[in-house]
Structure formats: structure tokens, C-alpha cells
Design a protein around this ligand. Structure first.
Ligand SMILES: *Cc1c(COP(=O)(O)O)cnc(C)c1O
Length: 457
């Protein structure tokens, strides 16, 4: 007999996952390798090690090791805020009057307010192990920079964050959290790097972009001894660290004999979704069980649903390796959607490959419908969700409503990646009824596609 399902499912300390799961090990067709933009040959370990920490490079390139034991120091840090609760959304089910059973995994229970801390602590740990002085990174909306500054202060590492200028100006509170944890925060494009000076000259007064901040952070890391660059999403190593989300879910659900029919997550660079679905996708790839996976992206930045599967630059300055992914082109400039964390032009290469093989679906949703879902969720479940997370809420609610119509008792699991306390300008726009939806036209997309490299591979 299955046990009665509590409102919140936690794990005991001895039940916690001890390793990260690398879904690439179970993929028959592996994701495409990163390429050197000059030679067009796969990036070697040596080349990548100039930019990234060594152990993280190993993880990035490793398509075969299934399980990575989580180092004890990281397990110790995880104890501060993990396990994250797996919540049965009884109140939401009742409100929607649905026979569906809805669960969400809530990653917002830490000061950074999102899942990003799971990978930040891992990356800071390996930087420390390597004897580095510090790390550089970029942040858009600010969640990643906050998470990294927390992780760096824990391991006593210097942390330099290039923050997209518009966010730097619009989100002074995020900036102060980072500074409280000892990070130095520079608005990007800045005058401290060649690429920043070039972009400032070409586009005077620009508010910056994530792609541009990445270029600056990479240049800054490469030009200083004892520094490496770290990235909060998109890379395969980040998905690996985020698999802790899916591992905890799987252990908790197995314990109560629950099998989700569909698993839903928002997709920016793909790390929370990839981490959430990884162990379940592994079962699907091995032919053990079947699940429906749904990636949710904003209609304003639809890399999976309307992008191309191609090699592309990861950053505006074109200093990073080329990556094969679903992309809108590194020159694509999304409209100023409020889901800052979902505004990246590309998608992680593992998820891109799984999507291309038809193993995962994708949907795009419009901003106002996302905030309407966020508001409904906040009112019944008590948590004020991040706009990014609310993309997953929206599709989970849509699916639960479908169940009401068909009478199907599906079990739905979605990732609630974080809280929205720093997104109250966006909530204000929604509450004032002045939020707009922007769906790019074919012509808008064509401009982005024109920036794709012509590689003649
Ligand atoms: C960064 C962020 C995301 C999107 O990033 P992924 O790498 O796609 O997971 C989603 N939700 C929140 C709260 C974030 O901070």
C-alpha cells in the first residue's frame, strides 16, 4: 500500500543523493562537441582549461561516466538548504478542481532565491581545489551572481560579477546582496575590458546583454593570473550539478510509490529543467519507464520552438567556443521580457539533442498569461514565484485543466525554480494592467538567424 502523501515530502539525511547523475552516459546519440571557432575542431581539454577550472572541464567533456560522487564539502553545504521540499499542491488541485495530482519541487529556499546555488557551490569548490584566487562571471537578472557570491564567500574566493547594465540599474537590491557576500559587481558593458570598450563605442548608451557580459567576464578571467570563468547555465557541467534536483525528486517519489506522467520545467539555458528531468530521462533512455517531458520558454525568446539546431556563438563578443544547440542566433535581441533568466538566445546542447530526437517537447507561453498563473499560484500555494518559474506553473496548470476536461488522473511534476521578491516591478506592471506581450515576427527572427556563423561543416 502506498503511504499517505504528506503536503511536503522531505528526505532523511541518509536518503539524500550521494552522486550527480550524468544523463549523457545513457544517450545513444551524444550531444555535439564544443568547437574551437578558429580551427572548427572539437575543443580540447587544454584549450578549455585556459578558461574553465580543470575538474569542471573534465565534467564538461565527459559523455560516459554515469555517476559523479558529490564531494563531502559540497554535501555539507547542501545540508544548509537541501533537501528542497517536494510539495503536493493540494490547494492548487482543489482550486483548479482537477483530478490531476500536482507536485512541485521548490528551489527558492535559500538567499539566492533559486536553484542556481546548486551549481555555484560546486563550481566554487573546484576553483578552490585548484588553488585559484577567484572567479569571474556574468549575471543578467542577478540570481546567478547572487548564488556565486554566496558560494565564493563560503570558500573564501574572490568573486567578480559583470552585471548586465539595465539590471544593475533596475535591481540595486540584488547588487547589494552580492556585495554583502563580498563580490565586486561591475555594470556591463564596462570600460574594464577590450570587448566592453568596443561595444560601448559601437553602441553608446547601451543597456548591455547577457551575451556581452559573458564576453567581458571571459576576457577578464583570461587576462588575470589565478582566475577562471564560471557560467551559471547552458553548460553540460551545470546540468550535471543540477541533477541533484531530479535525484531528490526521484528518491522522494519512489519512497511513496509515485510515478509522474509528465515533468515540466522552464527553460532558459536549460540547467534546472535538465537537472530535474535527468534521472527520469535516464529511465526513458534505458527503456525502463516512459515519461512526457515539457520545456517551457517565453514566446519572446523561443529558442526551442522557433529556433534552429545549429552551431552558434555562445556570446556576443564571439570569444567562447561554438556550441551546437537550438538557437535564435547570438545576434538575436529579445524584447525586454521580465523573465530575465529566460532571455538567452540558445539552449544547452544535451537538451537540444534530446529535443531534436523527439524525447522532449517544448511550448512557448506569453508573459501576461504567465503572470496570471503566478498570481493564482501565489494566492493558493502561498509562495510568490519567480517569473521564470511561473512559465512552468502556467503549463502545469494548463495540463491540470485538461485533466479536468478529460477526467484523466495524471500525475504532474514541475520545477518551481525560485521566488520573485526581486521581480516586483514586473508584478507591479501586471497588477497595473500595463504588461504587454511581444511575440517576435518572422522578420525579427530572421535578423537573429543572419548572425549564425556560416561554418560549411
Ligand atoms: C536562471 C533561472 C532560470 C533559468 O535558468 P535555467 O538554466 O534554464 O534553469 C529559471 N528560474 C530561475 C528562478 C532562475 O534564476
Amino acid at each position: 500500500m502506498p503511504k499517505e502523501i504528506p503536503y511536503k515530502i522531505y528526505l532523511e539525511e541518509n536518503e539524500m543523493p550521494k552522486y550527480w547523475y550524468n544523463v549523457r552516459a545513457d544517450m545513444k546519440v551524444k550531444p555535439a562537441p564544443l568547437l574551437n571557432p578558429e580551427t572548427l575542431k572539437p575543443m580540447t581539454k587544454e584549450e578549455l582549461s585556459e578558461v574553465f577550472c580543470e575538474e569542471l572541464v573534465n565534467q564538461e567533456l565527459d559523455d560516459n561516466t554515469r555517476e559523479y560522487p558529490i564531494p563531502q564539502e559540497i554535501l555539507d553545504f547542501y545540508k544548509m538548504y537541501r533537501p528542497s521540499p517536494l510539495v503536493r499542491a493540494y490547494c492548487l488541485e482543489k482550486k483548479l478542481n482537477t483530478p490531476a495530482k500536482i507536485y512541485y519541487k521548490f528551489e527558492g529556499n535559500n538567499t539566492s532565491g533559486s536553484h542556481k546555488l546548486n551549481s555555484a557551490i560546486a563550481q566554487a569548490y573546484y576553483a578552490k581545489q585548484q588553488g585559484l584566487k577567484g572567479v569571474t562571471t556574468e549575471t543578467g537578472a542577478g540570481q546567478w551572481g547572487t548564488a556565486l557570491s554566496m558560494a565564493c564567500s563560503y570558500f573564501d574566493l574572490d568573486c567578480n560579477v559583470y552585471m548586465v547594465k539595465v539590471s544593475y540599474e533596475q535591481k540595486p537590491f540584488r547588487r547589494e546582496v552580492m556585495r554583502t557576500y563580498g563580490a565586486s559587481v561591475t555594470p556591463s558593458p564596462s570600460m574594464t575590458t577590450n570587448v566592453g570598450r568596443r561595444i560601448n563605442e559601437e553602441f553608446p548608451g547601451t543597456g548591455g546583454s547577457l551575451g556581452c557580459a559573458i564576453s567581458e567576464a571571459v576576457e577578464s578571467a583570461m587576462s588575470r593570473d589565478g582566475y577562471r570563468y564560471v557560467l551559471g547555465s547552458v553548460l553540460n557541467q551545470v546540468l550535471l550539478h543540477q541533477s541533484v534536483i531530479g535525484m531528490e525528486c526521484k528518491i522522494a517519489m519512489d519512497k511513496y510509490g509515485i510515478k509522474p506522467d509528465m515533468i515540466i520545467g522552464c527553460a532558459g539555458g536549460g540547467s534546472n529543467l535538465g537537472g530535474l528531468i535527468s534521472p527520469f530521462m535516464g529511465e526513458k533512455l534505458r527503456g525502463e519507464k516512459d515519461y512526457q517531458f515539457i520545456a517551457v520558454e517565453p514566446a519572446s525568446c523561443p529558442s526551442l520552438t522557433r529556433g534552429k539546431y545549429a552551431y552558434d556563438y555562445c556570446d556576443t563578443g564571439k570569444v567562447c567556443p561554438l556550441c551546437k544547440m537550438y538557437t535564435l542566433g547570438s545576434g538575436y535581441i529579445p524584447s525586454s521580457s521580465h523573465a530575465g533568466g529566460l532571455r538567452y538566445h540558445g539552449m544547452n546542447s544535451i537538451l537540444s539533442e534530446l529535443y531534436d530526437q523527439g524525447l522532449m517537447e517544448a511550448r512557448s507561453v506569453e508573459q501576461t498569461s504567465v503572470f496570471a498563473a503566478a498570481q493564482e499560484f501565489a494566492r493558493v500555494e502561498g509562495i510568490l514565484p519567480a517569473p521564470e518559474s511561473s512559465h512552468a506553473i502556467k503549463v502545469a496548470m494548463d495540463e491540470a485543466i485538461k485533466c479536468r476536461e478529460t477526467g484523466e488522473e495524471k500525475t504532474i511534476l514541475f520545477g518551481l525554480t525560485g521566488t520573485g521578491y526581486f521581480d516586483l516591478y514586473a508584478y507591479a506592471k501586471f497588477n497595473d494592467g500595463v504588461m504587454s506581450d511581444y511575440i517576435p515576427t518572422e522578420a525579427d527572427l530572421a535578423k537573429g538567424f543572419a548572425s549564425l556563423p556560416d561554418l560549411k561543416l
